[in-house]
Design a protein around this ligand. Structure first.
Ligand code: FAD
Ligand code: 2HG
Ligand code: ZN
Length: 485
């Protein structure tokens, strides 16, 4: 396991699990939803990257909000630490226990509650898997406003709790705009019904926003209401090569200007990322031979008029080729080719996993400076690591990934705090879309001022949400990451 795990001590004020506790949970949930099976616990204790590992002895699978409420109420009274877990695809060590926290997974709460075919508003339980929701709404002529490589496993409750960005962000924006309501259970068992289905509602504070991106630190999200956009009939995707980063950047500006209303994704990867995918994923090939380009860009358009959209994209590509911004390119001719293009971009994280150890940084930076960091990092690390730069260029979100055969503290010391200081100097964010988790909870000061962090920790509203029946404080967030009390 990664040597990066923050060295922290278990807070002694949390109780240890007893057989009475387990019997109590069996009464609430029934035998089969109280999991003590070692193999199942092993999976739930380890994150997707196999970098963070907890030692929980109990996984609970509630089937209703009422059960979640009863679990939390009991854990609060017994001072048992918990960790909410969704699809366990998080990339910052936030979805697994640090110590022996009770894992609460609401994957069994996966019902669609309602769908309004006029407004496109979907209401569902938070354990629904993103891809299943997308298939459901596609059948109704809509799409989910977010899409990400982990869609086959991640749960919408996990997406909301991490405020996941992903591949459609450039078009549909943040979940802060698309989530219309949610239901959450606080640490003391109180159920907050904020499950509105309204586009506009200015009656007081918009409390649900605090839960979006709060990584389980304020409670467990049990239901969500989401605005889904209509599915548009014409989708085009181009896989392009650029000679340098500056061309990618100029191409982005042009795409925003010239493809404005149809642009639905603008992603980039460097040659090192392409190599990683070609080396470690089976059946993937570079659609642009020979592979001597330094950068690749994926542009997707979604619109309602097939010939107009295609013409628009082709004219844009032609102009960009003539202007030297694009060196080569191909437009997908069918759905299989389109998904093979996406597979390259979405497969980078998996390829990195297969290559060995990986240090991941998910940064918001000014587009014009972004790739300087990748280059500086290459200079710092020399031959000891592979440094990859890719990500959601359309959202100014860089995924800087550093791959080494195994975890090595000397490599880590070369990367951190350099990467955070560099980002902070640019007034960037050390977590654009993945969250803080265990990995970055103690690094928050690189992105937020001391006064702001203090306001997080002492805000009476937050303390109220935490349901602090006893005297634990939000300071726990920095220690036992997102254990909710
Ligand atoms: P988990 O990983 O289980 O949990 C994530 C966090 O949310 C944890 O802190 C957990 O405690 C909390 N949590 C989970 N469920 C709940 C709940 N119901 N209530 C309260 N708290 C909860 N992220 C992006 O933003 N954009 C991407 O493009 C993207 N691509 C990815 C691609 C791959 C291949 C992988 C593996 C991950 C990717 N991610 C991406 C990271 C990850 O954030 C998302 O996969 C997803 O949002 C996490 O959802 P999950 O259900 O797996 O949550
Ligand atoms: C992506 O955009 C994900 O592919 C994963 O957010 C990023 O692996 C990463 O660093
Ligand atoms: Zn991403």
């Amino acid at each position: 396991f990664g040597s990066t795990a923050t060295k922290i001590q278990r807070n002694p004020s949390y109780s240890a699990l007893t057989s009475d506790d387990i019997n109590h949970f069996k009464e609430i949930l029934g035998e089969k939803n109280v999991i003590q099976d070692e193999d199942r616990l092993l999976t739930a204790n380890v994150d997707w990257m196999r970098k963070y590992k907890g030692s929980s002895r109990l996984l609970l699978q509630p089937r209703s909000t009422e059960e979640v409420s009863q679990i939390l109420k009991y854990c609060n009274s017994r001072c048992l630490a918990v960790v909410p877990q969704g699809g366990n695809t998080g990339l910052v060590g936030g979805s697994v226990p640090v110590f022996d926290e009770v894992i609460i997974n609401i994957g069994s709460m996966n019902n669609i509650i309602s769908f309004d075919k006029v407004s496109g508003i979907l209401v569902c339980e938070a354990g629904c898997i993103l891809e299943n929701l997308d298939s459901f709404v596609v059948n109704q002529g809509f799409i989910m406003p977010l899409d990400l490589g982990a869609k086959g496993s991640c749960q919408i409750g996990g997406n909301v709790s991490t405020n996941a960005g992903g591949l459609r962000f450039v078009r549909y924006g943040s979940l802060h705009g698309n989530i219309l309501g949610l239901e959450a259970v606080l640490a003391n068992g109180t159920v907050l019904d904020m499950l509105a289905t309204l586009r506009k509602d200015n009656t007081g504070y918009d409390l649900k926003q605090l839960f979006i991106g709060s990584e389980g630190s304020l409670g467990i999200v049990t239901k969500v209401s989401i605005l889904t956009p209509p599915k548009l009939s014409s989708v085009n995707i181009a896989f392009l090569a650029c000679k340098d980063y500056s061309s990618c950047q100029k191409l982005l500006l042009e795409a925003k200007r010239k493809l404005g209303e149809v642009l639905s994704a603008f992603e980039f990867l460097d040659n090192q990322s392409m190599d990683m995918v070609l080396t470690h994923l089976e059946g993937v090939r570079n659609p642009l031979p020979p592979s001597t380009y330094d950068f690749y860009v994926l542009i997707e358009t979604m619109g309602s008029d097939e010939s107009y959209d295609r013409e628009k994209l082709e004219a844009f590509l032609l102009r960009s080729m003539e202007g030297g911004l694009i060196s080569d390119g191909v437009v997908a001719q069918d759905i299989n080719q389109a998904s093979s293009f996406w597979h390259i971009r979405e497969g980078i994280a998996e390829a990195l996993m297969k290559a060995g150890a990986v240090y991941k940084y998910d940064l918001s930076l000014p587009v014009e400076k972004m790739y300087n960091l990748v280059e500086e990092m290459r200079l710092r690390l020399g031959q000891s690591a592979k440094v990859l730069g890719y990500g959601h260029l359309g959202d100014a979100n860089l995924h800087l990934n550093i791959s080494t055969p195994q975890y090595d503290d000397t490599v880590l010391a070369q990367i951190e705090p350099f990467v955070y200081e560099w980002t902070s100097k640019q007034r960037g964010s050390i977590s654009a879309e993945h969250g803080l988790g265990l990995m970055k909870a103690n690094e928050i000061h690189y992105s937020k001022s001391p006064e702001t962090v203090n306001a997080f920790l002492t805000n009476p509203f937050v303390i109220l949400l935490l349901g602090l029946a006893n005297d634990h404080s939000m300071g726990e967030l920095g220690n036992d990451h997102e254990d909710i009390f």
